[in-house]
Design a protein around this ligand. Sequence first.
Ligand code: SF4
Ligand code: SF4
Length: 497
Amino acid sequence: MSASGVFVLILSVVNLAILIGIGLFIYESIREQEPRAPKVGGFFLAFHIIVGLGILLWPAARTAIAWLLGIILALHVPFLIPWTRGARSLNGAAGYLAGDGSEFEQMDERDIMFARNRSIIPGTPQYEQYYKLHPEHKEYDDRRRAKGGPLGKPGLIDSSYRPNVSMLISSFELPNFLGKVARVDPGASAARSSYANKEAPPPAQIDPDKATRIVKGWARHLGADLVGICRVDPRWAYSRRGEIHYGEWDEWGKEIPEPLPYAVVVATEMKHEMVMTAPHTPSVIESGYNYAKGAYITTILAHWFGAMGYRAVAEHNRHYDLLMVPLAIDAGLGELGRQGYLIADKFGPRVRIFAVQTDMPLVPDKPIDLGAEKFCEACKKCAESCPSKSIPMERQRKVDRGIERWKLNEESCFEYWAKVGTDCCVCMAVCPFSRPYRSIHKLVRYILRRSELARIVFPYIDNFLYGKRWRPREAPEWVAYPKGVPSEQTVTSESLS
Ligand code: SF4
Ligand code: SF4
C-alpha cells in the first residue's frame, strides 16, 4: 500500500472509532429517554460523517483533518493521567467532620422528620415533652402533620392512581412485618426457630476472612447489589429512640443501646427506568420495593448471625439504631453527595442502604473515592432541579452539627413530599452518577475515580451534553399513571403512616 493509502487508512480508522463512540452515546441517550443528548450527539455524528467523506473524497483536506483528529485525541489524553488529590471519604465518614471532630453532635432520632411526623401524636405525653424541648419545631410539625403521613396523600401528583398507590402501600408494608424481629440474640429463646437447637448455640469458631466471604456472598445471593463491612463507629448511632412502630412507647426517648462492633452494609439498586419518572409514583414504588428488599435481606442476615451463635441487629425501614450514610461510607460503598444521599459505587444515589450490626469478627473494607466530592462542587444539578429549592447552591460546604457538608432543608423537602404524595426522588434522578452502570457511563466512572482533572471538567461537559433542566421520563407501560385528570382508579382517603 502506498504512503497516502496508509495515511487515509489511519485517518479513517481514527474517525470511525470516534463515530462508534458517538453512536454508542446516542444509542444510550435514546434508551435513557434523554431529551437533549441525542440531538447534541447527532450534531457531532453528522460532523464526523462529513470528516469521513472528506478523508475519502478530498485529498487536499487530509492534512487539515489529520491535525483536527490529532487535536481531538490530544484533548482526551490529560483525562487519562491517573492523579487525584484524594477525598475526605478516604478517611471514612469521620473525614467529613469539621476540625478535630469535637463539634460533632450525635443525632437524636426524635428530631428526624419521620419521627416528628408519625411518632409524636398530639395529646400524648411525648408531644408535650418534645415541644417543651423543641418549641421551634411545633408550628411546622403541626401544619405538616395535618397534611398526613410522610407522603401526605399518597400518589397525589398522579391523581392517587389506585394500582400505583396500592403498589407502594403493599411494598412499604413488608418491613412492618419484620421490624419486630430485627434484634437477634442467640441466647434468647424467641430467637430460635423450630429448625434451630433448643439450647443457645455456642458461637461458631470461624476465621474472619472466611466469615466475611460467606456473609458477602450470602448477602449478594439474597439480592444485595453492593456489600461492604465496617467497624461501627458509635458516633453514627442515634443517641435516643424516636421512631415508634409497634406501640412500644416506653422506648421513646430512651438511649439507643451501644452498637455491636461490626456492620455488614448493603445497598440495593433502584431501577433507573423507575427513578427517572420522579417525582411521579413509579419512583416511590421503587423506593418502597427496595425498602422491602432491604428488610428481607437484613432480617435473613441477622438471623443467620443468630444461628451462628452471634448477636445481630437488622437495620432497615422499620428499625434503625444507626445512620446509614456514614456507615456506608465507612464500609467503602461510596461518598456523601451534595443532596445528602450516598453517592454509591456503580449506581450513584440510585440506591437504598441497609445494614446488619453483629459481634461476629469480620474483616472491614476500605473507604473509597469516586470523585463525587470535587464533581459536586461544580455540578449543582440536584440543587438546580429541586422543586422545593431545598439543596444549597453554594460551591462551599458549611459546618452543621460538626459536619462539613451541604445541608439539605429537610422541612421544605418534606413539605414537597406532601404536595406530590411521593418521596420526590428528583435529586436522585437528575444526578449524573445515577446513570445506568453500563458502556459509556462505566468508562466515565472509571476516569472519574482516577482523574482530578475529570472531576473539575466533567460537570461542565455533562451540562453541555445533557442540559440542566429536569424532565420526568415516561414510565414503563405496566406502571404508567393517568395524566392530568382524576381517574376511576383514584384513591380518596388513604395515607401512609
Ligand atoms: S427529594 Fe425532591 S424536594 Fe427533596 S431535596 Fe430532593 S429534589 Fe428536593
Ligand atoms: S447532582 Fe451533581 S451536585 Fe448533586 S449530588 Fe449529583 S453530582 Fe453532586
